[in-house]
Design a protein around this ligand. Structure first.
Ligand code: SF4
Ligand code: SF4
Length: 494
């Protein structure tokens, strides 16, 4: 089974495909070549709406059905012929309901199963772009071990009712800097080991060999932050309150983590490191980091807005770094997966297999996961911590009862890409999702506006489709990504 969705020219075996994970859709995972449906015309009457999109490829252009995120690659020379093909239009139409149902499930049918848990407001660092106010990071509250256990019991009680028995909820200890509460969170990781899947996102500076041994022996996912290939780059944005850099310390930790499969690095992309992203992926690949994220800086606070890279420059530097990961893979046989791009690629080849929930509308905030701060206050996402009007109650005063129905959560979960100017007419709206609501609120003053990186998403999607056209997409996806995926729609064109 191939995983292309490519319409090839005459004489070349071709196929359209739409893939879904078997485990979520039992019974629909078989290759299917159907008899043609009743003749229809594309773009009129009951026919599918198929929008051509130039992807910057010599041979192929894309056809996208925006409402269902169906897509196909078509030889440019055959575009008019394919659009006029009633058999093809009928096939797409026939599957449209299933595609729409799949998107609906992804957009509206999921329940929260993960929590970003901030056990402290304090952080030993003072990064330029942090989404938490500086005074909070310096003198904020810390959650006691007893309070942390109480919070996890409340969360578990909720998840026992909300999730199927076989699904364990995830709790990711998150910023400020969770390792300030190392004793408490390690105790919790052992106490709740059978009931919760834990992870930790840390700046890395407080990890020592003993902590790494603890986390690795329990197969806890560890995320670290590093912004450059050299100290002089990383330390421009990531430094202590006293101005000391973090690069060398984090490099030492990454050496200790070498060979551990459950670790990842976040590189926040700013004006300060934009020219060094290729160097970043080379460094991380050399350190045998399995996964990284090259995340454009979130513009929720002025600090982030001040180092926001220009969009065209961002796209160019990002794509160059992605292509370097492919070169490194071909040279060594070992991948460094850039998870935020892999998620866009998955959104194309297997929409329901995507894992990160920023690039879908509504985004995952407040519906797939939520955040708890060190007071026990509840927010749709960590990006909303510190923003007024987005607190949806308190875990210790009312629990999760009603929090998903508060105005704070509803404002975020009701945000639809179809109601955002420009986005509503954008053919790639279900590959992008118009992130991020927190960013839109702070940068544009309105949740119902676009976030900061429209063009960046456009270029990612075009690149993803070019990769598929050239059969290169596997180099960018984690090995085994398709183990539970199979084709639900295939049409061969002569
Ligand atoms: S942000 Fe841009 S690419 Fe994303 S849906 Fe809106 S218009 Fe489309
Ligand atoms: S888009 Fe923004 S608010 Fe939504 S999940 Fe991503 S970071 Fe959080």
């Amino acid at each position: 089974m191939t995983r292309r969705s490519v319409l090839r020219g005459p004489g070349v075996p071709g196929d359209f495909q739409r893939a879904s994970p078997d485990d979520r859709h039992p019974g629909v995972g078989k290759d299917t070549v159907r008899e043609p449906a009743a003749s229809l015309y594309a773009n009129s009457g009951d026919g599918p709406a198929l929008v051509p999109i130039d992807i910057g490829h010599d041979t192929y252009t894309a056809l996208v059905e925006p409402d269902t995120a169906f897509w196909s690659l078509v030889r440019k020379a055959r575009l008019a012929e394919v659009l006029a093909d009633p058999v093809f239009a009928g096939e797409v139409h026939e599957h449209g309901e299933a595609f729409a149902a799949e998107m609906d499930l992804l957009r509206f049918g999921l329940v929260a199963s993960a929590v970003y848990f901030n056990p402290t407001e304090r952080c030993n660092l003072n990064c330029t772009y942090c989404y938490l106010p500086e005074k909070t990071r310096r003198r904020g509250v810390r959650m006691s071990e007893a309070r942390l256990f109480e919070a996890l019991e409340i969360l578990l009680e909720h998840f026992h009712h909300a999730l199927p028995d076989e699904v364990r909820p995830q709790v990711i200890f998150h910023g400020a800097e969770p390792m300030h509460e190392r004793r408490a969170i390690f105790a919790a990781m052992d106490h709740f080991a059978d009931e919760i899947v834990f992870g930790v996102q840390t700046n890395g500076t407080l990890l020592d060999p003993e902590a790494i041994e603890f986390l690795a022996s329990r197969r806890i996912s560890v995320g670290l932050s590093l912004d450059g290939p050299l100290a002089e780059i990383t330390d421009r944005t990531r430094h202590t309150h006293g101005g000391h850099g973090t690069h060398e310390r984090v490099l030492g930790v990454l050496e200790l983590l070498r060979g551990y499969e459950h670790h990842a690095v976040i590189c926040t992309v700013t004006t300060e490191n934009l020219a060094h992203l290729v160097g970043v992926v080379e460094l991380l690949h050399g350190l045998e980091v399995p996964t990284c994220m090259l995340n454009p800086v979130r513009c929720t606070l002025p600090g982030g807005q001040a180092v926001r890279p220009p969009e065209d420059d961002l796209a160019g530097a990002y794509l160059a770094a992605l292509e370097r990961t492919e070169d490194l893979y071909r040279e060594t046989g070992r991948k460094l997966v850039v998870a935020n791009f892999a998620n866009i690629l998955l959104a194309v080849v297997a929409p329901t297999a995507r894992r990160l929930m920023c690039d879908i509308s509504p985004c995952g905030a407040g519906r797939c996961f939520f955040a708890v701060d060190a007071h026990g206050d509840l927010f749709p996402c960590s990006e909303f911590i510190g923003l007024s009007g987005f607190e949806g109650g308190n875990l210790f005063a009312g629990g999760l009862e009603g929090c998903f129905d508060t105005d704070a959560f509803r404002a975020v979960t009701a945000r639809r890409v179809e109601t955002i100017e420009r986005c509503r007419a954008c053919a790639i709206r279900h590959f992008c999702g118009a992130p991020c609501p927190a960013e839109a609120h702070e940068l544009r003053g309105d949740l119902a506006r676009r976030g900061a990186y429209c063009r960046f998403y456009e270029e990612q999607l075009r690149f993803a489709l070019r990769l598929i056209a050239d059969g290169r997409e596997h180099a960018y996806l984690a090995d085994g990504w398709d183990a539970a995926v199979s084709t639900v729609f295939a049409v061969a064109h002569p």
